[in-house]
Design a protein around this ligand. Structure first.
Ligand code: UDP
Length: 463
């Protein structure tokens, strides 16, 4: 007798931990729901964090298959000026998509669908069409940023309104966005990131659905605007499936130092400070953050980065930080350089607040754990994310703080906002409520859970 066959799903992320993490989380989730899963990653990676994570993820998930794309040299490398190595890598992966068809067509059992990063869809969509393979996007940022990406070509075609001197932009179906929330690079069509976005934007409509690492209650009105074709016409269904639940690895010894430190801190007494996987802080700003932390009196756990790419981030914290700061805070603070298990930290009862750049994964992780956030956006989508996070009741955002590399935020201001973050009981309650809603969404029968199960169900081969 013929029995239904589980779908075989390919997942193809772009560069950087912020793109890789949600793809691996989705891969683990799909495998748990009995799909056959193949993750396709590019080699070499930019950061050690990416290559380490891919290896340990595959080691701990032996049922998940792996294919690699060997990258070819980039024509953009000859460009002059400082170029973000992660953007170069995104472009390289995009340029190497001619290597994808043989990987896809030689698979056994054949693929039932492919889920790709938003920055690869323009190249993968025609390939998937030729192979008659349904294509989905996993969008690794907020629904607000999706609206911006979808509408950017229209904005860019009207420089009279879309320019750095305008105060706001209007995207149909959404409240006006402050122009100050849009990074200046998005006004420069020749900037690598801007061209990646505008190249892929029109191809969003080629997907069968756009899976979002968000949940209904967090971004209800934007999701409704997108799904009712108010933002732009012809977008496929926007499918919230988040917050994507972090997978669990057995603990490694590297974290012993901070784990035992956290164990000794009172409940909700520690501010966790991290700016994600690829944001380095200037020396001047580090000095000011030291001053602010020293003055607050709150305990802190600071993950310090001084280079964008982890391979270049070799200096010890002791060499970067002021000796007197280390001395004065030795009983109440911990500074770590290197990779930490953030989702484990956010789950720890000692953590009472999160000073964050508002990368979307960090925002969803804080939402799931109900940790109040203080947003300090540094670049990219982070100011738009901060607005969403604040509107959802998860935290605070000090709009006057400039984008990371531009203005220096003074120690006194940082101190003031950290005190506010840690002492606002109403905010703490609201953050807990957000966490309840997030858990409900991903729990059995919740909105996000239903959506992903329906997608998988639609891909099952009847017999
Ligand atoms: N992350 C982590 N440990 C670190 C730094 C980052 O686990 O030391 C994880 C974090 O939990 C999140 C991802 O890396 O899942 C970073 O993504 P996000 O979108 O927050 O920011 P990005 O790094 O892309 O700026």
């Amino acid at each position: 007798m013929n029995t239904p066959q589980p779908p075989h799903i390919a997942l193809l992320p772009s560069a950087g931990m912020g793109h890789l993490m949600p793809f691996l989380r989705l891969a683990a989730m799909l495998a748990e729901q009995d799909s056959i899963v193949t993750v396709i990653t590019a080699r070499p990676t930019v950061s050690t964090a990416e290559s380490d994570h891919i290896s340990s993820f595959l080691r701990h998930n032996p049922k998940i298959n792996h294919l690699e794309l060997q990258l070819t040299p980039s024509s953009r490398q000859a460009d002059s000026g400082p170029v973000d190595p992660f953007h170069v890598q995104m472009h390289l992966i995009y340029q190497s998509m001619h290597l994808l068809p043989p990987l896809l067509s030689s698979s056994s059992p054949p693929f039932s669908a492919i889920i790709v990063d938003k920055f690869l869809v323009a190249k993968v969509a025609p390939i998937a069409k030729t192979l008659d393979l349904p294509i989905y996007i996993l969008f690794t940022s907020s629904a607000t940023f999706l609206s911006f990406m979808a509408y950017l070509p229209m904005l860019a075609s009207n420089p009279v309104e879309f320019n750095t001197t305008s105060t706001e932009i209007k995207i149909p179906g959404l409240p006006p966005m402050a122009m100050s929330s849009i990074p200046p690079v998005f006004h420069d069509s020749s900037h690598l990131l801007t061209s990646i976005i505008t190249t892929n934007s029109p191809a969003l409509s080629e997907a069968k659905g756009i899976l979002m690492n968000t949940f209904e209650r967090f971004e209800a009105s934007t999701l409704a605007a997108l799904n009712k074709d108010r933002v732009i016409k012809r977008l496929p269904p926007i499918l919230p499936i988040g917050p994507l639940e972090p997978y669990h690895f057995p603990r490694d010894d590297d974290g012993d130092q901070y784990r035992s430190w956290l164990e000794n801190q009172p409940a909700e007494s520690v501010v966790y400070i991290s700016f994600g996987s690829r944001t380095a802080m200037s020396r001047d700003q580090i000095r000011e953050l030291e001053k602010g932390l020293e003055k607050t009196g709150w305990r802190f756990f600071w993950v310090l980065k001084t280079s964008k790419v982890d391979k270049d981030d070799q200096e010890d914290a002791e060499h970067v930080l002021n000796e007197s700061f280390l001395e004065k805070t030795k009983n109440k603070g911990l500074v770590i350089k290197g990779w930490v298990d953030q989702q484990e930290i956010l789950r720890h009862p000692a953590i009472g607040g999160f000073l964050s750049h508002c990368g979307w994964n960090s925002t969803m992780e804080a939402a799931l754990r109900g940790v109040p956030m203080l947003a300090w956006p540094q670049h990219g989508d982070q100011r738009l994310n901060a607005q969403v996070m604040e509107d959802a009741g998860l935290g605070l955002w000090e709009r006057n703080w400039d984008w990371g590399p531009n203005g220096i935020v003074k120690g006194e201001e940082i101190e003031k906002k950290i005190v506010e973050l840690m002492t606002d009981e109403k905010l703490r309650e609201r953050a807990k409520k957000v966490s309840e809603e997030a858990r409900k969404a991903v729990g059995r029968g919740g909105n996000s859970d239903k959506v992903i199960r329906e997608v998988v169900q639609s891909l099952i081969i009847p017999f």
